[in-house]
Design a protein around this ligand. Structure first.
Ligand SMILES: *Cc1c(COP(=O)(O)O)cnc(C)c1O
Length: 392
């Protein structure tokens, strides 16, 4: 008999009833160190007092009105994002995949309004992840996500990750945009080098096409800058954001330049929930913390400390781990044993990590994790790795 919850997930046998900072707690009081943070969502950890206050105050005042009326919290969050990023304008969604839908629509509409309706093609990359909607799976293009769901949304070209020659040859008269994650998350923490992001920006400028960055996982302070592309000194035309932006409340956004957004006039897009007062009240509280320079400095310090500890961990378990990769607090342990065995051994030591493609274990702690908790995590990962060696 089919379970009452559609069985699309292989869930770990863990159930949490409470969260505190970087910890998740089961009903019997067992505490797990959370190095997944809801897949880079709980940017400020669990039960952050400022976020609880923002949510409960808004909950007591007004939950939802629809986008038929002005929403002050939405306006405030859009203003803050415009002030702190490349963007001139913002549309709020409830998820990353909805942000992908709009990014694709926006790019196509831009060229349609410019009198170049043939420019519809989006160039995307192998190993990428852009969500599970029709546009999201067509954009990622992997067999795993698309099989059986055809016909796929047309207009996507897929290139091998990191193949520069393939890229220049792939831009044609019908190309509208290049869509890329500055650091592939689901794909196994694969960063795009700064030089390549610069190269992509130049290529887009040369051909007059749009650069769409998917910063759903790597954005919102994760790499130690508010957005990952800032390290490369470039700006996109359109950017998808979600995950960390709501700190655990479902919230996403598309940020864009005035030019790239010029086709999106009244009536061209909408969302019942997107940008509702609850989500945006929390989003404002998250952004106020994460966009702060002192906070980001702290993320970079923490990241340096974690990275150094992980390098030693890898060095002391050369038969389990190959290397550490990634940036800031978006790190991956490339494994020599099966990555899910490492994740499961972590559960036994009460530490939560997240598997990714390319046999990688992802480490995505809360951005405000303490060095004390990092120390505990390293001890637990060390025990987990040792347990694997014994049974191997
Ligand atoms: C998680 C993710 C998405 C999809 O976000 P949802 O909120 O799950 O729809 C899209 N792009 C990237 C890079 C992601 O990590």
């Amino acid at each position: 008999m089919i379970p009452s919850v559609l069985p699309t997930y292989n869930r770990a046998p863990l159930t949490f009833v409470k969260g505190e900072g970087s910890w998740l707690i089961e009903a019997d009081g067992t505490r797990y160190l959370d190095f997944g943070a809801g897949i880079a969502v709980n940017a400020l950890g669990h039960a952050h007092p400022t976020l609880i206050k923002a949510l409960t105050e808004q909950a007591g005042a007004l939950w939802h009105t629809s986008n038929l009326y002005h929403i002050p919290q939405q306006q405030a969050l859009a203003d803050k994002l415009v002030d702190t990023t490349f963007a001139d304008t913002v549309f709020f969604t409830n998820s990353g995949t909805e942000a992908c839908e709009l990014a694709v629509k926006m790019a196509r509409k831009y060229f349609h309004e410019k009198g170049q309706p043939e420019k519809v093609e989006i160039i995307a990359f192998d190993g990428s992840f852009h969500g599970r909607s029709a546009a999201g799976i067509a954009a990622a293009g992997s067999e795993k996500m698309t099989k059986g769901f055809g016909p796929l949304l047309p207009g996507f070209t897929h290139l091998p990750f990191g193949d520069h020659d393939a890229l220049t040859g792939a831009v044609s008269d019908t190309t509208a945009a290049i869509l890329i994650e500055p650091i592939q998350g689901e794909g196994g923490i694969r960063p795009v080098p700064d030089q390549c992001l610069k190269g992509l920006r130049d290529l887009c400028d040369e051909y007059g096409i749009l650069l769409i960055l998917d910063e759903v996982q790597c954005g919102m302070g994760r790499t130690g800058k508010l957005f990952a592309h800032e390290w490369a000194g470039i700006t996109p035309d359109i950017m998808m954001v979600a995950k960390g932006i709501g700190g655990g409340f479902p919230l996403g956004a598309v940020l864009a330049t005035e030019n790239a957004a010029s086709g999106m006039t009244a009536g061209t897009h909408g969302s019942t929930y997107g940008g509702n007062p609850l989500g945006c009240a929390v989003g404002c509280a998250v952004l106020d913390q994460v966009a702060d320079h002192a906070f980001l400095d702290q993320v970079n310090q923490t990241a340096g400390f974690l990275r150094q500890k992980l390098e030693s961990l890898v060095a002391s378990h050369p038969d389990v781990f190959e290397n550490v990769r990634g940036s800031g607090l978006m790190l991956g342990l490339k494994c020599k044993v099966t990555n899910t065995d490492v994740v499961n051994a972590g559960y036994d030591q009460h530490i939560l990590t997240v598997p990714a493609a390319d046999n990688v274990v992802r480490l995505l702690p809360a951005l405000n994790i303490t060095s004390d908790d990092i120390g505990k995590a390293i001890t637990r990962l060390d025990k987990a790795a040792s347990s694997l060696k014994v049974t191997a």
